[in-house]
Design a protein around this ligand. Structure first.
Ligand code: MV4
Length: 459
């Protein structure tokens, strides 16, 4: 039985978990850094313990301090949220050895899926389509060049410990390959302390489509449909939606079956995401599995009506899934915009500071997941995302029009935000027609008039 949960995170996801716990009658313990004392999740949790200074390395990434807080407050489980320790298999293992339930998959699964080359090989073995590429990690430049030549250029060089785009390079021919390989390896060594690399055929302008899955400890696995996350900038997602405007019923069915196969083959437990790239012809390929709840989970929640955080807690309690595959319906269209404290007209530089006047949108079909309020100071120490604005409705058009309306209502004074940029995207015919691929944002910025985002809220 889970009676009390420690939330090992901050910001909107910490608040989201507090809310789910409240509805389940579970007590919550917030842990927070010195910079987050005023955050809403600290105010709304039943208990709170400060775990150190602002820097992540000194607080939210400190497994020892978090586990000490867990022991002092006598919690039954830890929810890691996303980022920080959420995909750290050692932390998951430490929780279990302290007799504290880690709300997520088994540490072995986290470990296996954290190695992107191993994950690829495991999926190939399970019969999930992968992009032609190397088997396992590559020993050196010579072997890598051989493999790249066999696959055919262009190829993409990826870090085994990567994900999310760091330590990634594209090579168009054998001459540039060696240079790109070395650069990618150096970047990976710096970022992850691991220079192991693998190579894949490079797909031009794919769509990024990911499937949400849920799996309980009794062997039941279901998928909750897909999210289209093609609208990204520098590997940061900007807009996500469900269902994907590109998928028809047939493709959704086939990809959903592949996602379930992927989860089943890895003995997956709890909530997870299977990432695919989809080409213009509708061919799809597994690229990564994310063993955490994701930022954009709310899109799936509004499209399906299923509370993913509650399901995670039920699964961790040993209960069966509350529903079967036939009960899952993508009944609504949902869209999420990530509102960030940044300035699009200055290359999207972060804009931390104190929020003045603040008014969040609301009304029919609008959800605001945010930990900020008027007078709140956005810290420079963390990610610049300050709100996930979600709109939903019966059709994509309703959801899009509703999102534009909600963005227009939003008042955030004192700091710069990307709201005007998001509004411009929502008015863009290519986006509205569902044509966005992963190169969309770059193309949009190149063809947008220079003064498009001059108007921001900080004046
Ligand atoms: C790819 C790809 C094309 N071909 N793999 C980006 C993040 C990571 N999850 C995987 N990513 C990609 N993998 C193959 N074989 C394209 C991306 C990709 C991308 C690549 C370069 C610049 C921007 C991108 C945006 C989304 C996806």
């Amino acid at each position: 039985m889970i009676r009390k949960i420690l939330i090992a995170n901050r910001g909107e996801i910490a608040l989201r978990i507090v809310r789910a716990c409240r509805e389940l009658g579970i007590r919550t313990l917030a842990v927070y850094s010195e910079a987050d004392e005023q955050s809403l999740h600290v105010q709304l949790a039943d208990e709170a313990i400060c775990i150190g200074p602002a820097q992540g390395n000194e607080s939210y990434l400190r497994a020892d301090r978090i586990l000490s807080a867990a022991e002092i407050a006598d919690v039954d489980a830890i929810h890691p949220g996303y980022g920080f320790l959420s995909e750290n298999s050692e932390f998951a293992e430490q929780c279990e050895s302290c007799n504290i339930t880690f709300i997520g998959p088994k540490s072995e699964t986290i470990n296996q899926m954290g190695d992107k080359a191993k994950a690829r090989d495991a999926m190939a073995k399970a019969g999930v389509p992968i992009i032609p590429g190397s088997e396992g990690a590559l020993a050196n430049e010579t072997e890598a060049t051989k493999v790249a030549q066999k696959i055919g250029f262009p190829v993409i060089i990826k870090a085994v410990a990567g994900g999310g785009g760091r330590g990634m390079r594209i090579a168009h021919n054998a001459v540039s390959f060696v240079k790109e390989f070395q650069a990618a390896r150096l970047e990976a060594e710096k970022a992850f302390g691991n220079g192991a690399m693998y190579v894949e055929k490079y797909l031009e302008n794919p769509r990024h489509v990911e499937f949400q899955i849920l799996a309980d400890r009794h062997g039941n696995v279901i998928h909750l449909g897909e999210r289209d996350c093609s609208v990204q900038r520098r590997h940061q997602k900007v807009i996500e939606e469900a269902p994907s405007p590109f998928l028809d019923k047939n493709l959704r069915n086939r990809m959903g079956k592949a996602a379930i196969k992927a989860a089943t083959a890895s003995n997956y437990v709890n909530a997870g995401t299977i990432e695919f790239l989809v080409d213009a012809k509708g061919n799809f390929y597994f690229i990564e599995m994310n063993t955490r709840i994701q930022v954009e989970h709310g899109v799936t929640e509004e499209a399906t009506g299923i509370d993913l955080i509650k399901e995670q807690i039920q699964i961790a309690s040993g209960n069966r899934l509350s529903l079967a595959q036939k009960d899952v319906v993508l009944a609504k269209h949902a869209i999420e915009c990530r509102i960030c404290a940044e300035n699009p007209s200055k290359g999207f530089i972060p804009s931390p500071g104190t929020i003045g006047l603040y008014y969040a949108p609301g009304g029919h079909g609008v959800r605001v997941d945010s930990h900020v309020y008027g007078g709140y100071t956005v810290s420079p120490y963390y990610d610049s995302m300050i709100c996930k604005l979600i709109s939903y409705g019966r059709t994509r058009k309703i959801a899009l029009d509703r999102m534009y309306r909600a963005l227009s209502e939003y008042i955030i004074r004192g700091i710069d935000t990307n709201i005007e940029f998001l509004k411009a995207v929502l008015l863009d015919p290519a986006f509205r027609q569902g044509e966005a691929t992963t190169s969309y944002v770059e193309d949009f910025l190149a063809r947008a008039p220079k003064d498009l985002f001059e108007k921001n809220n900080s004046e």
